[in-house]
Design a protein around this ligand. Structure first.
Ligand code: EPU
Length: 420
């Protein structure tokens, strides 16, 4: 199992380039199942979750998918197996994103239920009830969701009980081939949803309002091929910006969309970080003085992203005063707190709130990552700590960060991978 070994204490400086967004690439790949024509996707990050999705799509279409660096071509001429087996869904919950496209295109799908995961229950009841509103008959048997729509889907009004990112994406992909109009209310407003809608529009779908809480879809009979470039990964960009601030560096993050990072930028500025936009796709962080305590509460976009909560908590261990970090999206997303405490942080957990008292010097230790973003927060802590930090179970980080060690090393970090 791979480990990352970090010798801390070097400020990050220079430039880091951002990869394509994993969470935009995953639904985009699933969307390719909606057409029999080839779809070409650019800036697909080479990370483990994408490999899993490509394997799943290969299984569904019964053919190899062409991958040339960040360019992926999917030609779903036929759907051989309209199903997502347990072996793939258990390693990546986003596999349930094939449910909507498969029911939309073939009128049936069989998708394993995701079960629990490190950060919470992660049910897909919203995906299922949305499809039912569009006329699918759904039953649950032997750990699988089986959905059928023998006469095709029929547009409808769907009001989500709570906001779900992949739930919105799944339903959007089902609705584009449904008869008539579908209106999705209380839709997720994440940039990844808007990026999916842009791809679907390029394929011939008729969609209005993606990126707002009401999305209107006029179903079409057929979609065609398209070429699309995935948006930059705002969570990766945010992770590096926090790393730059945490290590007292002078770091420029290139190839990002500052508009997607407004909530983080505001919190960094409140914490005393100087954040500038040297060009429209570049952000630069520097820390002119001491870091100040800031409270954050995770929210759906455009609020503070839950996927940056762990990294920001690491930052707050170095800020003067008490910060309250409140997690509202997932019920169990504080697993990094104990590991940060082992490195010297002073963090108390009270239900959905973590109370961080800083600044406390961090000292390198052996730590274990429990999920993707927790791993990222521990890598950042290692960069700021005195001495050596060994982050174990790096496969978590490999799920969503492309070449993280070489990117960080390029900005001066002393970090290496050890394979045992
Ligand atoms: N929820 C339900 N029922 C559902 C779906 C969701 O109750 O049918 C609940 C979840 O349990 C959670 C909340 O709704 O408490 C929000 O979950 P959401 O569905 O929005 O999460 P997701 O779509 O499964 C995506 C990202 C996550 C990110 C969340 C929140 C992808 C592939 N994953 O997950 O990314 O944390 O939105 O922004 O887009 C990550 O990249 O590390 C990651 C976990």
């Amino acid at each position: 199992m791979d480990k990352l070994v970090i010798e801390g204490g070097v400020p990050l400086s220079g430039e880091i380039a951002v990869s394509g967004a994993k969470n935009a690439a995953l639904p985009a790949l699933a969307a390719c199942l909606l057409t029999a024509e080839p779809v070409i996707l650019d800036r697909i990050p080479q990370v483990r979750d994408i490999r899993t999705m490509l394997d799943l799509i290969g299984h569904i279409i019964g053919a190899e998918v062409s991958v040339e660096g960040g360019r992926v071509t999917i030609h779903s001429a036929r759907i051989e197996h309209p199903e997502a087996p347990y072996e793939l869904v258990k390693t990546m919950r986003a596999s349930s994103l094939v449910l909507g496209p498969l029911v939309g295109r073939c009128g049936r799908a069989r998708v394993s239920l995701p079960g629990g995961c490190a950060i919470g229950a992660r049910p897909i009841n919203l995906h299922v009830s949305g499809l039912e509103r569009l006329g699918a008959e759904v039953r649950q048997e032997h750990g699988y969701i089986e959905a059928v729509a023998p006469h095709g889907l029929q547009g409808a009004n769907v009001q989500f009980d709570r906001i779900s990112v992949t739930g919105t994406e799944d339903l959007l992909m089902a609705a584009v081939l449904a008869r008539g109009e579908t209106v999705i209310e209380n839709a997720a407003r994440e940039p990844e949803v808007a990026d999916l809608a842009a791809l679907l529009a390029a394929m011939g779908a008729k969609i209005e309002g993606a990126g707002t809480s009401t999305i209107r879809v006029q179903g079409v009979a057929k979609l065609g091929g398209a070429e699309h470039t995935i948006i930059p990964d705002r969570i990766e960009a945010g992770t590096f910006l926090i790393g730059g601030a945490l290590t007292g560096g002078d770091l420029t993050v290139r190839g990002c969309v500052p508009e997607h990072l407004r909530a983080l930028i505001a919190k960094l500025q409140q914490a005393g970080v100087d954040v500038t936009e040297p060009s429209p796709d570049t952000l630069r962080v520097r820390v002119p003085g001491k870091l100040k305590n800031v409270d954050i509460t995770t929210e759906e976009h455009p609020g503070f992203a839950t996927d940056l909560q762990a990294q920001f908590m690491t930052l707050m261990t170095q800020a003067a005063g008490i910060s309250f970090v409140t997690e509202t999206i997932f019920e169990n997303r504080f697993m990094h707190a104990q590991e940060l405490a082992r490195m010297g942080a002073n963090i108390r957990l009270e239900g959905r709130q973590a109370i961080v008292a800083g600044p406390t010097p961090l000292s390198g230790a052996q730590v274990i990552a429990s999920d993707l973003r927790a791993s990222a927060s521990l890598v950042l802590a290692g960069l700021a700590a005195r001495g050596e930090t060994v982050v174990d179970r790096v496969y978590h980080i490999d799920r969503g960060y492309e070449k993280i060690e070489s990117k960080l090393a390029g900005a001066g970090a002393r970090i290496r991978r050890e394979t045992s």
